[in-house]
Design a protein around this ligand. Structure first.
Ligand code: NAD
Length: 296
């Protein structure tokens, strides 16, 4: 099976390399020539553009920043719809608006091209290890057919439902993560203001009902004053924008997500957009005029 891979950024580059390691034949493209050369040096064929990928491959994976990029590669000039043969499948692994996934899929279907949305969670370390969590929307028979190929990049690949459902799951993940980080930040800032060591509060509550994967990943970073990404505030803003659009499109009010959006917009305005989303703690520190960073 010859696989096309378009989008060789932080995530796409290690994911494509894992497919090569597993013995798949790859044709790759990105605007970034260095990224293309790097993946080509591991055995992929470098394509000059997306059209070449589409002409040569019956399975095409995209790992692009957001909905407009996927729309342009799928349906734009020189894109997949114009150049791929009938029967081709697009597996979009980017995190995009599920409403857009459905619209793009419907337009591709008119050309006889199928589509699945298969966004991932786990970040660069898990992309490198091949242990991402993949959530898939699309036809069940396509999921079954490409399950083994997706598992090369993943620790888990879960079928969620029709096209768009993968991104609904991903946005649900991003809503929970944002609210959870914010709750941890608010609680630890409160502890500090109340004169109780936030580090000891974290140790005291992490094993109880309040404990979470997010708390264990982010509380130590907040206490160390470490805001190195990880996952950047600007990317989380992109996901929350898509989450609010998608929620409003189905008449599902999302007040906590709206609150999180405003907290992140504050951080962007304050210059933290390139920082890890644990920098949400800065919002609470500035509000309350304190810092929870441990003093040596
Ligand atoms: P990135 O910005 O590092 O990479 C995107 C790549 O797409 C870039 O190399 C860019 O040159 C390329 N690109 C953009 N438009 C293109 C086009 N028209 N044709 C060819 N190439 C094009 O982004 P990333 O961090 O790899 O993230 C990709 C997706 O995965 C995003 O939707 C992101 O939200 C999601 N995601 C990222 C992480 C993470 O921790 N970075 C984790 C989970 C999911």
């Amino acid at each position: 099976m010859k696989i096309g891979f378009i989008g060789l950024g932080i995530m796409g580059r290690p994911m494509s390399k894992n497919l090569l390691k597993a013995g798949h034949e790859l044709v790759v493209f990105d605007f970034n020539k260095d990224a293309v050369a790097d993946v080509a040096s591991c055995g992929a064929k470098a394509a000059a553009n997306s059209a070449e990928v589409a002409r040569e491959c019956s399975v095409i994976i995209t790992m692009l920043p957001n909905s407009p990029h996927v729309r342009s590669v799928a349906l734009g000039e020189g894109g997949i719809a114009e150049n791929a043969a009938e029967g081709t499948i697009l597996i979009d692994m980017s995190s995009i608006d599920p409403v857009e996934s459905k619209k793009i899929g419907a337009e591709l279907a008119r050309k006889g091209i199928r589509m699945m949305d298969a966004p991932v969670s786990g970040g660069e370390p898990k992309a490198i290890d091949g242990t991402l969590s993949v959530m898939v929307g699309g036809a069940k028979e396509d999921f079954d057919k490409y399950y083994d190929m997706l598992m090369v990049m993943a620790g888990s690949v879960v079928y969620v439902g029709e096209l768009g459902s993968g991104n609904v799951a991903k946005l649900a993940n991003q809503m929970v993560v944002a609210c959870n980080i914010s709750a941890v930040a608010e609680a630890l800032t409160f502890a500090k203001k109340a004169g109780t060591d936030p580090e000891l509060v974290y140790q005291a509550i992490r094993g109880g009902l309040a404990g979470s994967t997010v708390m264990d990943a982010k509380a130590p970073m907040m206490l160390a004053g470490n805001y190195k990404p990880g996952f950047r505030i600007e990317l989380h803003i992109k996901d929350l924008t898509n989450a609010l659009n998608a929620a409003h499109a189905v008449n599902s009010p999302a007040p906590m997500t709206a609150q999180m959006m405003e907290e992140m917009q504050f951080l962007k305005a304050a210059g933290y957009e390139k920082c890890d989303h644990d920098s949400l703690v800065k919002y609470y520190e500035i509000l309350s005029g304190t810092s929870i960073v441990k003093e040596d």
